[in-house]
Ligand binder design. Structure first.
Ligand code: SF4
Length: 210
């Protein structure tokens, strides 16, 4: 079987398992999406949703974040990892968006990545979710699944994994592939105890755990 054929089967099987995979972060406003993605680094979406419920209800505008004291911001997000850094970035990011972009979250990869706490993955998720611009955001799940299934190599950086996936799959598949791979990694092909015995991709997988 060629790599292309394998890649097609992989996406088709994962789609059958998680046809409705989508972003699990809660948000209403444009800046809230960026903030939620930024807060989700090194922590779970579930943990982020827990804190953003109150955060987004008490902080309605970017000015609210910009004017808030750091201890106050920290008190809202202290249950997630790296909260001190994230609070600092949150305040700076809000101030920059107000001063430099007239209060509107920028729409280009470069301007997004220039914001504090926003890296390539966060920018990719934001552009894909909010603007529906084809992007593959590579997080720990996408990376692990891609490597186990031979779509990327062990030791590949997130950027290398992203480039390999973009080469194999059509642009029109990128956004939904990202969600499906995340669900597959989060709920089935977990870092520890993947469900290999029940896996429809066992014959293709390069690193089954059985
Ligand atoms: S066989 Fe196991 S490690 Fe391989 S893709 Fe399936 S669940 Fe993941």
């Amino acid at each position: 079987m060629t790599k292309k054929e394998e890649a097609k089967i992989i996406l088709s099987e994962i789609t059958k398992m998680f046809p409705d995979a989508t972003i699990e972060l809660n948000f209403q406003q444009k800046h809230e999406l960026l903030i939620a993605i930024m807060l989700s680094a090194q922590t779970t979406d579930k943990a982020v949703n827990k804190i953003t419920e109150k955060l987004f209800s008490d902080f309605r505008t970017l000015e609210d974040y910009s004017h808030a004291s750091l201890p106050l911001l920290e008190s809202y997000i202290k249950t997630i990892g790296l909260y001190r850094n994230k609070a600092k970035n949150l305040k700076k990011l809000a101030t920059i968006i107000i001063d430099k972009y007239d209060g509107d979250v920028p729409d280009t990869q470069k301007n997004l990545e220039d914001l504090p706490g926003v890296g390539r993955k966060t920018a990719n998720v934001f552009l894909a979710e909010y603007h529906k611009i084809p992007r593959i955001a590579v997080d720990t799940h996408v990376s692990r699944v891609s490597i186990r299934l031979g779509l990327a190599k062990k030791g590949d950086s997130p950027l290398q994994v992203e480039k390999k996936l973009m080469k194999i799959y059509d642009k029109s598949q990128w956004i939904s592939l990202h969600h499906k791979f995340i669900f597959f990694g989060r709920y089935f092909c977990k870092a520890r105890n993947p469900k290999c015995k029940e896996c429809p991709l066992l014959n293709i997988c390069k690193m089954p755990v059985i």
